[in-house]
Structure formats: structure tokens, C-alpha cells
Design a protein around this ligand. Structure first.
Ligand code: PGA
Length: 245
């Protein structure tokens, strides 16, 4: 399966900036399609505008979170059907910043993944260990438990392994640590889902940059990358995409 390179724009870009960045990506991939699937996840305010820019092209659009209910009295929240309506096909769920800033639990992430699937959105379900957990030698056990508790039955989407301490820090796990974690996640996905679990792309995320992308993307069971900071400039995001297998 083709690797998936996903850009998580987080709480960045005005409407004009988002449209311009999306337009730059569209212009670059039209004559030179990258060897991978591309997904960009702007802030929700820019989804509809970016959907217009991407229309009919190969770059997919995603949101960064959704509520677990389809509608209701939830001030400030956005439902999966609303995001689908705005043009999203994917949604990032359980990002460590959501878990930290908003106290999201595995159980909540699971209900969000159910809601996303019901609305026709593909989740990018994020898991990852803290630095203390890694230092204690418990990373694989903790991340496997996170996956087990946040993965809904019948899951179809992508999983993103993002060590919390690697996000935005410029620090990376070793190649051996990434490979071991991705192998553990693959084993868990197959045990849980059977054959379809073998086809779920497992992305690596956390300080992916143009200069380290090729090495990360060459590791076994790395099915792509979830890119934060380096997705905010067309050049660096596309350089990462060009490093895909
Ligand atoms: P980063 O963020 O690439 O800036 O480390 C990755 C993420 O949080 O998804």
C-alpha cells in the first residue's frame, strides 16, 4: 500500500494562509505527483475553503478532532457529520495535545472514532508514550494498551505512533525503537482485526523533517508520517512526501 503523508497544521493559519498553502501544494503535485498519498489537516475554520482549493485533485482533506455526538448541546464543539459536510474525509483523533490539553481518554477517543466512522470519516488514531514511560522501559506495553482501548471494532483508518516527547522537540526515537514499536502495533492490529489489521497504515509522527524522513519511511511497518511543524511550508512537506517509498 502507498505510504500516507499527513500534515497536521494544528492551530495555525488564517483563512488566507490556509488557502495559499493548499494552493501551493496543489500547484506542486499537479505536474509532479509524489510517490505517496497526501492528506492535509487545517484548522476547522479553513476546512471549507481548503476543500474548494483541493477539489478534484489528489490531496485529501482532514480535520483535527471531532465530538463523539452527531449533534447536540455542546458549545464550541464540532461533530463528525459537520466536518464531513465541510469537505473533510479524514479526522485526526486522540492526538497527544488533545489528550493533554483537554483530558481526552482512550475511552473518549474510541467513541469519537465510532462517530467518525458513522459519518464516513477515516480516523488517524494517535497513540504514543511519554518520556517517563519510555525511560521506564514500558513504551510498547503502554502504547499497545492505548491502542487496545481507543480502537473501535471494525476500525478502518490509519494509526499514528507519536512519542509525546518527540513532538515539536526535534528529538527522535532510534530507528530500532520505531521499528520495534511499529512491529508491536502491527501485531496488535492483526490480533484485534484479523486480516484487515494487516492493511492499516501505521504512521510515525514526531519531529519528522525533510532530512530524517527517508530513513524513517524506509523502516519496516512505517506506512507514512504525521507531520506537524514541517507541514506548514509547502517545500518541506513536499520534500517529506518525495522521501516516501
Ligand atoms: P511535529 O508534530 O512534526 O511538529 O513534531 C507532529 C504532530 O504533533 O503530529
Amino acid at each position: 500500500m502507498r505510504q500516507l503523508i499527513a500534515g497536521n497544521w494544528k492551530m495555525h493559519t488564517t483563512l488566507a494562509e490556509a488557502a495559499a498553502l493548499a494552493a501551493a501544494l496543489v500547484a506542486a503535485v499537479r505536474p509532479a505527483p509524489p510517490p505517496c498519498d497526501l492528506l492535509i489537516c487545517p484548522p476547522a475554520t479553513a476546512l471549507a475553503a481548503v476543500a474548494g482549493v483541493l477539489a478534484g485533485g489528489p490531496i485529501a482533506l482532514g480535520a483535527q478532532d471531532c465530538h463523539s455526538a452527531a449533534k447536540g448541546a455542546h458549545t464550541g464543539d464540532l461533530s463528525a457529520p459537520m466536518l464531513r459536510d465541510a469537505g473533510a474525509a479524514w479526522v485526526i483523533l486522540g492526538h497527544s495535545e488533545r489528550r493533554a490539553d483537554h483530558g481526552e481518554t482512550d475511552a473518549l477517543v474510541r467513541t469519537k472514532a465510532v462517530a467518525a466512522a458513522a459519518a464516513g470519516l477515516m480516523p488517524v488514531l494517535c497513540v504514543g508514550e511519554s518520556e517517563a514511560v519510555r525511560a521506564a522501559g514500558r513504551a510498547e506495553a503502554v502504547v499497545a494498551a492505548q491502542l487496545a482501548a481507543s480502537l473501535p471494532n471494525g476500525f478502518a483508518g490509519a494509526v499514528a505512533y507519536e512519542p509525546v516527547w518527540a513532538i515539536g522537540s526535534g528529538r527522535l526515537p532510534t530507528a530500532a525503537e520505531v521499528a520495534a514499536m511499529h512491529a508491536a502495533l502491527r501485531t496488535a492490529l492483526v490480533a484485534r482485526r484479523g486480516e484487515p489489521g494487516g492493511a492499516v497504515r501505521i504512521l510515525y509522527g514526531g519531529s519528522v523533517k525533510p532530512d530524517n524522513a527517508a530513513a524513517l519511511l524506509a523502516l519496516p511497518e512505517v506506512g507514512g508520517a504525521l507531520v506537524g511543524g514541517a507541514s506548514l511550508a509547502a517545500d518541506s512537506f513536499l520534500a517529506i512526501a518525495q522521501a516516501a517509498k
